[in-house]
Ligand binder design. Structure first.
Ligand code: IMP
Ligand code: MG
Length: 174
């Protein structure tokens, strides 16, 4: 079975938007240090591109959570697979994620991080599918709002494939 991927958001559009987001974030945190928490695995590609566009001092940590589901849907049962290496107490924390879909994974993650008393806690996502929201999540920085379609690329996978595509695409099964 082959898979075709149709471009939804081009590489140029993604790069341009990430530059804009980097500028906006740099302005917001001016004079402060920023601690980025990248959500593995999907958030990593976006985190690297975004970090390069941020001009305030940045530190970086990673967290991996699994949200059980059938591969294209999350169930709401979330488990920490890899925790942060460092404490976040007193830090300005920005969680960087690839996509907010139902919102279940992020609401769990944000609640978990909030209990560790960061100085501030914000959320940045490359993509948002607001139509799919089941659990309310406040998104501070959004790259693109997209319709309810299953997308790949820029860190997002379909059965672990296509994360490395430099654009956002829709998979067509054939
Ligand atoms: P949520 O808990 O439903 O918001 O799901 C978030 C996670 O589901 C994301 O971090 C992705 O790993 C995955 N996901 C949701 N929508 C898509 C998609 O369109 N393509 C690839 N992965 C997705
Ligand atoms: Mg993810």
């Amino acid at each position: 079975m082959g898979e075709k991927v149709h471009v939804l958001i081009s590489e140029e559009e993604v790069e341009k938007r990430i530059r804009e987001m980097g500028a906006e974030i740099s302005e917001h945190y001016q004079g402060e240090k920023l601690h980025l928490v990248s959500v593995l695995k999907g958030g990593v590609f976006f985190t690297c591109e975004l970090a390069k566009r941020i001009t305030v001092p940045v530190s970086l940590d990673f967290m991996s959570v699994a949200s059980y589901g059938d591969g294209t849907k999350s169930s709401g049962v979330v488990k920490v697979i890899k925790d942060l290496d460092e404490a976040i107490e007193g830090k300005h924390v920005l969680v960087v994620e690839d996509i907010v879909d139902s919102g279940r994974t992020l609401s769990y993650l944000l609640e978990n991080l909030r209990r560790r008393n960061p100085k501030s806690l914000k959320l940045c996502t490359l993509l948002d599918k607001p139509e799919r929201r089941v659990t309310e999540v406040h998104v501070d920085y959004t790259g693109f709002e997209i319709p309810d379609e299953f997308v790949v690329g820029c860190g997002l996978d379909y059965q672990q494939r296509h994360r490395n595509l430099p654009y956002v695409g829709v998979v067509e099964l054939e």
